[in-house]
Design a protein around this ligand. Structure first.
Ligand SMILES: Cc1ncc(COP(=O)(O)O)c(C=O)c1O
Length: 427
């Protein structure tokens, strides 16, 4: 076997072992802050939780922030805070993480999916109005992979139809549209700090808003339906239906130390994204991710698609894609397929029976909401042809890691005619 033989067929790997460093980078600041929290007296909603809220709100440019135990919790709080409830319809993209849409059901409302735009992989803003009905209460926009949705268009539609806007910014820390950060456009927004996110505290999230009433409504749901935060004197009374979505002090301490370094991490991601784009430009068979005019990508997830026309392949697209992914992985690059199903194809929606007894669909007169995957052809096409990755662009990786990654991509695409799904996928 020569150097140029694909690694999946026994050749040498394009990427030397040890090229990628682990995410997130940990230093003495993290150690000191987490240890100080450990030594403190309050491990629940302690000092670090309150400081994290203030610091994150200041970093993102929001009036209010509430630290949560996940991004999904923050999303659910947003849905409740925007007044969505039994039988209301909430528009959401057909391609995202499941909880962008299951959070709607958590508040007894019904998701209505909107197909995506192929280039941006985000909700197609030109298809929003056709999905609006008299029952529509809100739009959840997901700034997927770190690329902001065109928020000017979304906010104009929302204003025209009197709809609330909830931003799912779980993947989009620092992303901007027309120079304005995500999470500052809509009525409220949710960020995630799970292992893979641009700000990682293990798990965790943040709800943000600029309007006090929205913030207070979210905060009530966040802690058992109480009207006071655990930092105030509590009367232990549930005024409304609440959950237990609070964060804890150790996690918040870790989040704070990482937040202090976030701008540096994001700058590295931007540099790495730009370099990878340059390295891969013109690779036949590869559709690279875009950063359209007026958008500022954070390159959370570098997602490519296979250009089947360019390579002249007419067989099963997703099988071929899986084989390409296996071949790139064999070269040493941590690529993967993020979502194999579009949201409307997931059983939780198709069965229309989240709570049993047909709720919240049939019991609220929402039987006609259509989840037939055939109505979302662009999302389906994307799902069948994409693959992505996060680690190679993350700090502390630099130009070396990016160049090695690009070499692995090029090696596989230069030999794309050798990719045989039957041979590769049965291994
Ligand atoms: C787009 C999107 N929305 C919501 C979430 C939920 O975040 P979490 O895992 O913190 O609940 C995630 C991440 O998993 C996500 O990627």
């Amino acid at each position: 076997m020569t150097q140029s033989t694909l690694a999946i067929y026994g050749g040498a790997k394009a990427i030397p072992a040890g090229t990628y460093k682990k995410w997130p980078p940990i230093d003495d600041t993290d150690r000191q802050m987490v240890m100080a929290s450990l030594e403190s007296a309050n491990h629940a909603h302690g000092f670090n939780c309150q400081a994290f809220e203030k610091e994150f709100a200041a970093w993102n440019g929001n009036q209010f922030a509430i630290t949560t135990n996940s991004g999904t919790a923050a999303l659910h709080m947003g849905i409740a805070a925007c007044g969505c409830g039994a039988g209301d319809q909430v528009l959401v993209t057909a391609y995202s993480w499941s909880s962008s849409a299951t959070a709607i059901i958590h508040h007894n409302a019904v998701p209505v999916f909107v197909d995506i735009d192929f280039d941006t992989i985000n909700m197609d803003v030109d298809k929003i109005e056709a999905a609006i009905t008299p029952r529509t209460k809100a739009i959840i926009v997901v700034h997927l992979h770190g690329l902001a949705v065109n928020m000017e268009k979304v906010m104009a539609i929302a204003k025209k139809h009197n709809l609330k806007v909830i931003e799912d910014a779980c993947q989009a820390h620092g992303a901007m549209y027309k120079g304005r950060k995500v999470g500052t456009w809509g009525d409220c927004a949710a960020f995630s700090f799970n292992q893979n996110k641009c700000l990682c505290s293990g798990e965790g999230g943040m709800f943000v808003a600029n309007d006090e009433a929205t913030y207070l409504a979210a905060r009530q749901l966040w802690s058992f339906g109480e009207t006071r935060s655990p930092a105030e004197s509590r009367d232990y009374h549930a005024y409304a239906l609440g959950w237990m979505y609070r964060n804890n002090d150790l996690t918040a301490a870790f989040g704070r130390s990482q937040l202090a370094k976030l701008n540096g991490f994001l700058a590295t991601q931007r540099e790495n994204g730009a370099l990878l784009n340059k390295e891969l430009k013109g690779t036949k068979g590869l559709i690279l991710p875009v950063e359209p005019k007026d958008h500022f990508h954070n390159w959370y997830n570098y997602t490519s698609r296979i250009d089947f026309k360019a390579i002249g392949y007419t067989g099963d697209k997703s099988l071929f894609r899986d084989a390409v992914v296996a071949a790139i992985q064999a070269e040493g690059a941590p690529v993967g397929v993020w979502q194999k199903f579009i949201l409307p194809a997931m059983t939780v929606f198709r069965a229309k029976n989240a709570y049993g007894k047909g709720c919240p669909w049939h019991c609220q007169g929402n039987d006609d909401v259509n989840y037939d995957p055939a109505h979302f052809p662009v999302a389906q096409f994307h799902t069948d042809t994409h693959f992505g990755m996060t680690t190679p662009l993350r700090a502390p990786q630099g130009a070396d890691a990016v160049k090695h990654t690009a070499a692995a991509f090029r090696k596989v695409f230069e030999r794309i005619g050798e990719i045989d799904p039957a041979k590769i996928l049965k291994k």
